[in-house]
Design a protein around this ligand. Sequence first.
Ligand code: ZN
Length: 199
Amino acid sequence: MDNSNALPLVLLAEQFAKLPGIGRKSAERLAYHVMSMSDKQVHEFAEALVNAHTKVHTCAICQNLTENELCYICSDPARDKSTICVVETPKDISAFERTREYKGVYHVLHGLISPIDNVTPDKLKIKELLARMNGDVSEVIMATNPTVEGEATAMYISKLIKPLGVKVTRLAFGLPVGGILEYADEITLYKALENRNEI
Ligand SMILES: [Zn+2]
């Protein structure tokens, strides 16, 4: 979008372009689309954006996103609190929940250790995970993606947890190395969970 356009429209397109996966062309298309929306639609859209950001925060136990103090998984008495599946993002929880087979609870790290991007262990929710090792936890499943960062994070955390007498396991990925959790189908993910190995 160039300067022949109205400035507010240019600024709107710039905001869209900051979103992941949105290129310059798509950002322009979205900005023009907003112009075709009704006042009501635009207000609802803006309100949903602000509401989601102000009302949703991290669960006091597992760091998943919730609008309550505890997320629906941590507050479910039927979930097995002795098994914790450690994931990178809240999105990964949805992937495991789709399998309908996992009955344990989760812990969201909100990132992976990546020195190159300046993400050191203290920037992740690792101390919150260690605080959960209160004697009731018997297994921690490291379910980070099979990428360099995912493996390094799994190893780092297992070194902290194993000395506490808790079993640490890793998903068995029978798939090419890379970011797969998001795209894996339920059966693949269930198998990776079933065939997990102790690390
Ligand atoms: Zn929770």
